[in-house]
Write a protein that binds this ligand. Structure first.
Ligand code: PXL
Length: 299
């Protein structure tokens, strides 16, 4: 019998403009995981490309929620954090990881705070150092290149990158604390984009690329991270999970591009869910092969 992984997803709810919890929930569910949520804020839309959005910070609600969970004795098989609404929330989430992870359960921190060289509208300059402190707790982090530059306190460089510098960035990010790093938005040629993956235990670096489609499609970081964590939860190795996530995210971008949808509303990942789910939950014989290569417990 298959035992479902119970994953805690800590993100905001953006009511419109698919990102954070509105993508993490369906994708992790399609991967066969039980998903518990801790909403960090409620916004009328996400903050990238809409004017006049509302923002209700839920930091004040978290202690009561955690108190109830403590009374229930809850523990999670993985904790996956994304958009966090305040500096205080960073500290609360750091403590939550210590208290609510099951023994050996990984903490996966997507340090959502910036893209395209710019910090998101809702954050001040004190946020990146706070996020770097949370990353120290993580087993796996998934920054984009702008977030990586902020975490490492170095300038952001536009355009394609070179392999040596990317590999140095991966190692330095790992020195912040996490054993595993997935750097997104990596591109060594104008035609392709993808991610670089580093595992400190083996000192191995891998890449997953696909064809580039121009445009800053919103919420793709959350689609990618959710698909990757869903694959890890199903016993795929880190590099296999990265390949699954790149394929899933690129399919979503391609459909959105072909449909000509406004990019701020997010990508059409929904029509890729059935295929993703089939790839995540194949027959039991194949699954046992995967277990040999690595799984969520080994992040
Ligand atoms: O997808 C990242 C994200 C999540 N949540 C909110 C955001 C953003 C990016 O802009 O604004 C509220």
């Amino acid at each position: 019998m298959r035992i479902q992984k119970n994953i805690l997803a800590v993100h905001d709810i953006s009511c419109v403009g698919k990102c954070s919890l509105t993508v993490a929930l369906p994708i992790l569910s399609a991967a066969g995981c039980t998903v518990s949520v801790l909403p960090t804020a409620v916004l009328s839309t996400h903050t990238g490309g809409f004017e006049g959005f509302t923002f209700r910070d839920l930091t004040g609600d978290l202690p009561g929620i955690l108190k109830h969970w403590r009374a229930l004795g809850l523990r999670f098989d993985a904790i996956y954090t994304g958009y966090l609404g305040s500096i205080e929330q960073l500290r609360l989430v750091s403590r939550l990881i210590d208290e609510f992870r099951a023994p050996g359960a990984p903490a996966c921190v997507d340090p959502v705070m910036a893209d395209g060289g710019r910090l998101y509208a809702s954050f001040g300059p004190d946020f990146p150092p706070g996020m770097a402190a949370l990353c120290r707790k993580a087993d796996l982090i998934l920054p984009n290149r702008t977030e990586a530059a902020l975490l490492l306190r170095e300038p952001y460089r536009e355009g394609t990158q070179n392999r040596n510098r990317t590999e140095e960035t991966l190692r330095r990010l790992s020195e912040l604390g996490p054993r595993r790093v997935v750097l997104t938005g990596v591109s060594f040629s104008p035609e392709e984009t993808g991610c670089a993956v580093y595992d400190r235990d083996t000192d191995e670096i891998g890449y997953a690329f696909s064809q580039k489609i121009e445009g800053a499609y919103h919420g793709t970081g959350d689609v990618f991270a959710s698909a990757l964590i869903g694959a890890l939860a199903n016993g795929f190795s880190l590099i296999q999970s990265a390949r699954e996530a790149v394929g899933f995210t690129c399919g979503a971008i391609e459909r959105t591009h072909l449909a000509g949808t406004e990019i701020r509303y997010g990508v059409n990942f929904e029509e890729g869910l059935a295929e993703y789910s089939r790839r995540m939950l194949p027959d039991p014989a194949e699954k046992s092969e995967r277990k040999k290569e690595g799984n969520l417990d080994e992040i």
